[in-house]
Design a protein around this ligand. Structure first.
Ligand code: NCD
Length: 309
């Protein structure tokens, strides 16, 4: 049984490159739907999708909702503040309550690493992980792979620099799992407080550096990450100082591959991890990532809901 044949999509760590590739192959047909004048097909008509977001989110939440609607599903969105958790109900009880209404899938974001994995053991309703703590953000890495493949014929052998708060980033973790499985060469770059060694041991072709110049040299893909703002004080990194050492600026792009693309999962903080010039640069694909987010989530929803029919 493959990860996508299982009832949930919880993370990419347990997925093989072949399973991910099979999935990526299906995305083209979903992208075509978003390019039509009438962007709606009945693939998930009669299905109900619950979006349960216990953390703030703009793009991931909107993207899942738009994806579900384009496939004809009914959706409801619940945020943490508006839920019974604020009345003292446990997470398991909240999820069991929602599950009793027989939705076809629960899309869930939570600040606790491992929350969706834990809940999936109790629930018959499939769960899609829309980001759990510092652990995984599988749909983000899938849409990132889609985006890279629009600019490169293969993930194998490409050099990707991931720069920033890697240690606390679920986006970095899922991308590292995915890219390493496809034989990409990964350079992880950030200050020591944001660069945990165990991640570097995930695959042989991963190296660590504290120098952004070294990281971007010869890179085909430069993936920037947000400094998790709440940790700004803990890490004792003033905004300007962080930008000086780890902010991506135009001068860095000259060291990269001439066709290198610049990625960022958003939300971007201009002047902190990326300069405005780079964010708006022609080879910045940040908005393409957002666009592909809808496509990747359509493919994931169709796959997961299709199993539960
Ligand atoms: C990321 C997240 O929430 O993990 N954003 C996203 O989903 N596109 C990255 C972040 O918030 O730093």
């Amino acid at each position: 049984m493959t990860e996508l044949d299982r009832k949930d999509l919880l993370g990419l760590e347990g997925m093989s490159a072949e399973e991910i590739e099979l999935f990526l192959d299906t995305t083209a047909s979903f992208k075509e739907i978003s390019e039509r004048t009438v962007k709606k097909v009945p693939a998930l008509r009669g299905k109900t999708i619950v979006n349960l977001f216990f953390e703030p989110s703009t793009r991931t939440r909107a993207s899942f909702e738009i994806a579900a609607k384009r496939l004809g599903a009914d959706t409801i969105s619940i945020s943490g503040e508006g839920s019974s958790l604020s009345k003292g109900e446990s997470l398991v009880d909240t999820l069991n309550t929602l599950s009793a209404m027989r939705p076809d899938v629960i899309v869930m974001r939570h600040s606790a690493s491992g929350a969706p994995q834990f809940l999936s053991r109790f629930l018959s309703t499939p769960i899609i992980n829309a980001g759990d703590g510092q652990h995984e953000h599988p749909t983000q890495a899938l849409l990132d792979a889609m985006t890279i493949l629009e600019h490169r014929s293969s993930l194998e052998g490409l050099r990707a620099a991931i720069i920033g708060d890697i240690g606390h980033s679920r986006v970095a973790r899922s991308n590292i799992h995915l890219l390493a499985k496809f034989g990409a060469e990964l350079v992880l770059c950030g200050p020591a407080t944001m660069l945990p060694r165990p991640l570097a041991e995930l695959a042989p072709r991963i190296s660590l550096t504290h120098s952004i110049e070294e990281a971007v040299s010869g890179a085909d893909v430069i993936m920037m990450l947000r400094v998790q703002l709440e940790r700004q004080n803990v890490l004792n990194f003033p905004k300007n100082e962080y930008f000086q050492f780890y902010g991506l600026r135009l001068e860095h792009l000259r060291l990269a591959h001439p066709d290198a693309i610049v990625m960022h999962p958003g939300p971007i903080n201009r002047g902190r991890e990326i300069s405005s010039e780079v964010a708006d640069f022609p080879r910045s694909v940040i908005l393409n990532q957002v666009e592909n987010g809808v496509t990747a989530r359509m493919a994931v929803l169709e796959r997961v809901c299709g199993q539960s029919s």
